[in-house]
Every structure is written in C-alpha cells, then in structure tokens.
Design a protein. Structure first.
Length: 159
C-alpha cells in the first residue's frame, strides 16, 4: 500500500507539473524552447518513475518466493524516494524559473508600453514642428508679398 501511495503521489506530481507547463506554454509563446526542454526532463523523470514502479512490482512478487527479497524492496523504495525528491526539486526549480520568466515578461510589457508612450510623444512633437513650419512658411510668404507691395508703392514716389 505504501508503495502504491508513493507511486500515486509521484504520478500526481508528474501530472501537476505537466499542467503547469501547459499553462505556461499557452500564456507565453516566447519561451517555447525552454518549455520543451522542461517537458523533455519531465518525460524522462516520468519514465524513471514508471520503471521504478515496475521494479517495485517485480520485487513484491519475488518477495513471496524469496526471503532476501526485502533487501531489494528497500533499495527500490530508496530509488523511488530519490526520484520523488528529484520530481519535487525539479518542480520547485521550474516554478521558480516560471515566476522569473513571468516577471521578465511583465518588465518587457512595461518597457514596450513606455516605448509606445515615448513614440507617441515624439509623433506629437513632430506634428507640432510640422504645423509650426507651415505657419512660418505662410507668414514668410505674407511678408514677401508685403515687402513687394511696399517696394511697388515706394517706386511710385520716386522723383
């Protein structure tokens, strides 16, 4: 029963980790490569746990036939415990890594928003400069016309 409970716990932990990976993969497409590596590691751990579970079943049947089978069961339980600890450790590392990735994504979003605001300000400034240039050009034309008119009027007063 203890072996089965350990196996169920290990299987449940593997499923939980797999679900976390799927949530991350759907939320963050920029980290596909890192998620694939994590998934491969989890698959490897899952295979190790399955192999260990089969080994425990074999040892249980051998225990009925052999007196020294208990030593093999203890060794197998040690391996299973180590694998469970590795799964827990890997899960904690992945969660930490996922949190770090999500933090970086939030920073990137903030930086992109700041950049967009800066670009909007630059666009607004460029538009203001363009409008001011157009006004100055129109004013310059008016001054040219006024100077020409004054010149024409002054030409009429020549002695």
């Amino acid at each position: 029963d203890e072996i089965r409970k350990l196996s169920e716990n290990s299987s449940s932990q593997s499923k939980t980790i797999g679900n976390q990976l799927q949530n991350i993969q759907s939320a963050v497409t920029e980290i596909v490569t890192a998620s694939q590596e994590s998934r491969e590691m989890l698959n490897s751990l899952s295979q190790d746990i399955s192999s260990t579970h089969l080994l425990v079943d074999q040892i249980t049947s051998a225990m009925q036939e052999q007196k020294n089978g208990s030593r093999q069961i203890n060794e197998s339980l040690g391996i299973l415990n180590d694998n469970s600890n590795e799964v827990k450790s890997a899960s904690a590392e992945m969660e930490h890594g996922n949190n770090a990735i999500l933090d970086e994504i939030a920073k990137l979003k903030s930086a992109a928003k700041d950049l967009q605001h800066g670009m909007d300000d630059m666009s607004s400034g460029a538009m203001t400069i363009t409008q001011t240039g157009e006004k100055l050009s129109a004013l310059s034309k008016q001054m040219d016309e006024s100077i020409n008119n004054i010149g024409t009027q002054l030409d009429q007063f020549k002695v």
